[in-house]
Design a binder for this molecule. Structure first.
Ligand code: SF4
Length: 871
């Protein structure tokens, strides 16, 4: 904090502190206590420098100043207490190990994963209560609470039984623990101080109050001493239309005040929003002091460590493995090559592990060899040579004791080049310390170093990082900070000129915080934990004291894009009490308005002018059904995807879709008809289909719904087949590739799903697994149905005599043949259309983006044609 310069607005704050100092000086004088043996206890540590500064500047103390402390800072000065044995450490990483022991001893070893976090939280909450009780009174307190806590819960089962067990263990643990503040209950306090002044903050500080009660003759308690009168007239509100404006608006507010030389407090009410504003402030070069810190699990360092643990899971997705590989020191080009192969393969979840465990079954898959070579190209250098990345991950799969986990994860991080990255990073060093990679667990495990699975170890890491925080230095010299980020409760009695509260709506600045933990209201009252009503009252006091800041600006948005939002109930109540309307305190948006001329994108109409005519000829010589469909649907799409040859890579871990199911059905039916022998009965056919289906089943959980549908699909198909063949139609070929020239330099190419033979001629069949109404829609207009017309056009005049064409809709409910009865005319029109359209493309016709509706919805060229930005 910068040196405090006296201004008119300092007067009220100076009066508050002067009152504290005068009362303290009078108390010390009354006890004939020297100022150096007078301790003034303040509610939170951030007030200490402010109090010292004001004390130095006041004329109350002549020569010597009293000592300013919090109970924690004083206890640490008086004691070298090191927790041992079952003492609570208030360190989630360590206490969760101890919690696992407690649970195992209570016969709940199989519930450790479920209960450890809750037990640590409950023990920490009760620890605060017990530390405020004189050590010699704790046993009696525990006896009393133990009996009362269990009344009515003696034989609880299920979740209630677990809650009961957690409460009981937490009580025993907290009662049996010693605390660093126990030094204040000893003679050391009297040896250190002759006069004690407790300045109450917001809410009750049970430990400080009980200490004052014990040392009544030398103690005095000051209530409400740090209260500045609330100034509703200095309240300003900015209600924005959209949530995404909040960061910019808060930034503009803060920048304006900083430029005017004011000290700013930014309330950290919404963690994410505060972090976004803080980053924006730092980017603007402002000196920011963040007193709240960032939860360790939200840092990049934590993400880096967790990426290793996630990638090591046997069922890790390709995306998780790629996420980790991208954060290692593996050569970028090799990782890119592997990602490309994975994307080209479009593997579904589960296939990666299936491939790892049984590579031989994938030998025939297209591209497998390239993928395998891309995978084995990535190696990490270790002391005795090199290790493949998959081996490195596999080594982290088996269970082991925590000490071994830390050693092995460290080795893996070192091999992958991540250890050095963590050590070089400010947050990374805190992450490593929080997890005791430095060996801080020695002596903590005393033989109870049980084996943890990868999931359990990951959970332990996650819990520890979630409970710990890190205060980034943000490159700031704290004495020069222009903006201080802090909780609302820590604004009081500090020399801020402006308090900015962003996200001041009913959800993010609520009336009262939610109590945490599994405690019931009755248990809270019994154990002396703050009740909901108490928390609401304390919140109201914090708000009132924050309003003592010379200027308070609240910012929120009416909508977060999904829900409407209204102002915080704290603000609403203040306005109501002051008889002021929201309109009366509205402030103008501090952001500068800049006019930018709109530059809409014109609809593209490319022509293939860049290509030599031979090249264009080559690219338009071979026309497939999907090429022609693309040209008909949208010439621009044809231009981008067919002429330029652009294509999207498949997503990593593509889910098994209805389309995959369709391809699988094609394959199963092809095999069935090729293997089928004359004279087989329906039972044999069903068995044959089942065997083929099982053999070629797609890997992964995503196929389970299709497994369930298969028996009905099979029955429906065989039923249709019997009727179909009864008309004298027989299977002839499947997946047959056909080529037919329609001009010297234009030929049609395609693969027909199935060709059957009847006495009158051939029947081309295309399988569909879509909704049957969609299939019927396809044949409604023969001239729009390019697919069956194209398959017909693949047959020359002779073989197309008497040709029929149909879609075979294969579904769970039934298999239905949907015939295109006008296929002859459609075939002629299609051949003419191909000739004319390709001639126009070759002649330099503009390939306009004419797609509409469903065609554009999943179009791979949508980002290229920029349809969303057209004029
Ligand atoms: S998004 Fe629509 S208009 Fe644009 S290329 Fe695709 S189909 Fe054509």
């Amino acid at each position: 904090m910068a040196a405090i310069a006296p201004t008119d607005e300092d007067t009220a704050l100076a009066g508050v502190w002067r009152h504290v100092f005068e009362a303290s000086a009078a108390h010390a004088e009354h006890l004939a206590a020297h100022p150096s043996r007078t301790v003034i206890l303040l509610p939170f540590v951030q007030l200490l420098p402010t109090a010292r500064e004001w004390a130095m500047r006041s004329d109350v103390f002549k020569g010597f100043l009293p000592r300013f402390e919090t109970v924690q800072s004083w206890a640490r000065r008086l004691s070298s207490h090191e927790p041992a044995g079952i003492d609570l450490r208030f360190d989630v990483a360590l206490d969760s190990l101890r919690a696992r022991d407690w649970l195992a001893r209570a016969g709940l070893a199989d519930k450790q994963a479920l209960l450890t976090g809750a037990l640590v939280q409950a023990a920490h909450q009760l620890g605060m209560v017990v530390a405020a009780i004189a050590p010699e009174e704790r046993a009696a307190w525990a006896t009393d609470k133990r009996a009362s806590l269990m009344v009515g819960l003696e034989a609880s089962l299920g979740v209630l039984g677990y809650e009961q067990a957690v409460s009981r263990i937490a009580l025993e643990w907290a009662a049996a623990s010693s605390y660093v503040t126990d030094a204040l209950w000893s003679d050391a306090l009297r040896a250190d101080a002759d006069a004690l002044v407790l300045v109450r903050g917001i809410g009750r500080d049970a430990l400080a109050e009980n200490l004052c009660a014990r040392h009544g003759p030398i103690s005095v308690v000051m209530d409400e001493a740090l209260t500045l009168p609330a100034r509703a007239s200095h309240l300003q509100a900015l209600e924005l239309d959209a949530g995404w404006d909040e960061v910019d608006a808060a930034l503009a507010c803060v920048m304006g005040h900083v430029n005017a030389g004011r000290q700013i407090a930014l309330a950290a009410e919404d963690r994410l929003l505060t972090r976004q504003i803080s980053s924006a402030l730092v980017q603007q070069g402002l000196a920011v002091n963040d007193e709240t810190g960032w939860r360790l699990d939200t840092t990049r360092a934590a993400a880096l460590l967790m990426s290793l643990l996630r990638a090591a899971r046997w069922d890790a997705s390709q995306a998780e493995r790629m996420d980790w590989l991208r954060q290692t020191n593996a050569p970028r080009a090799q990782v890119d090559a592997l990602e490309r192969q994975w994307r080209l393969a479009g593997m579904a979840p589960g296939m990666a592990s299936a491939m790892a465990s049984n590579p031989a079954s994938f030998d025939e898959k297209p591209g497998f060899a390239r993928m395998e070579s891309a995978q084995s190209a990535i190696e990490f250098i270790v002391i005795d040579g090199a290790v493949e990345w998959q081996t490195l991950l596999n080594q982290l799969r088996r269970a082991r004791p925590l000490r071994a986990w830390l050693a092995d994860v460290k080795a893996a991080l070192q091999a992958a080049g991540q250890w050095a990255a963590l050590q070089a990073d400010e947050a990374g060093r805190v992450v490593l310390l929080a997890l005791h990679f430095d060996g801080g667990l020695a002596g903590e495990l005393d033989g109870g170093d049980a084996s943890l699975s990868l999931a359990e170890f990951s959970r332990w890491v996650q819990d520890a990082l979630q409970a710990d925080s890190y205060k980034p230095s943000l490159g700031t010299d704290l004495s020069q900070a222009q903006v201080t980020i802090l909780p609302l409760a820590q604004v009081m009695a500090r020399p801020f000129d402006v308090l900015v509260i962003a996200g001041a709506d009913e959800e993010r600045l609520p009336q009262a915080p939610e109590p945490t933990g599994w405690w019931t209201a009755a248990q809270r009252e019994l154990l002396g934990l703050p009740s909901r009503a108490q928390m609401a009252a304390e919140r109201q006091v914090a708000w009132q004291r924050a309003l003592g800041t010379p200027r308070v600006e609240l910012i929120w948005a009416r909508s977060d894009g999904e829900r409407e939002r209204v102002m915080s109930p704290l603000l609403a109540r203040s306005l109501m009490q002051a008889g002021v309307t929201l309109d009366a305190i509205r402030m103008s948006d501090p952001r500068e308005t800049v006019s930018v001329q709109a530059l809409p994108t014109p609809q593209p109409q490319p022509v293939m002018t860049g290509l030599a005519s031979q090249e264009l000829l080559a690219r338009t010589e071979r026309i497939t059904q999907s090429d022609y469909q693309a040209l008909r649907t949208c010439p621009y799409r044809y231009y981008a995807l067919r002429l330029l040859g652009l294509r999207e890579l498949d997503a990593l871990d593509a889910q098994i879709s209805k389309r995959d199911f369709g391809s699988w059905i094609h394959d199963v039916l092809r095999q069935f008809h090729e293997q089928r022998r004359a004279g087989q009965d329906a039972i044999t056919h069903a068995q044959q289909l089942d065997d083929i289906a099982a053999e070629s089943r797609l890997q992964g959980e995503g196929f389970i719904p299709f497994d369930a549908a298969w028996p009905q699909v099979r029955e429906g198909y065989l039923k249709w087949l019997a009727k179909h063949e009864a008309q004298g139609i027989v299977f002839s070929a499947a997946e047959q590739k056909l080529v037919r020239p329609v001009e010297e330099t234009i030929r049609l190419e395609g693969r027909v799903d199935r060709i059957d033979c009847a006495a009158e001629g051939l029947m081309v069949i295309d399988y569909k697994t879509e909704n049957d109404s969609r299939t019927r829609e396809r044949v409604r207009d023969p001239l729009e149905d390019t697919q069956l017309a194209f398959y017909a056009a693949l047959h020359d005049e002779a073989s197309s005599a008497g040709l029929r064409a149909a879609y075979l809709n294969i579904g769970e409910k039934a298999t239905v043949l949907v015939e295109q009865t006008e296929v002859g005319a459609a075939r002629e029109a299609l051949i003419e259309g191909v000739r004319a359209d390709i001639t126009r493309v070759r002649g330099g016709a503009a390939l306009r983006a004419l797609g509409e509706g469903a065609a554009c919805e999943h179009c791979a060229a949508r980002g290229l044609c920029r349809k969303d930005f057209w004029a």
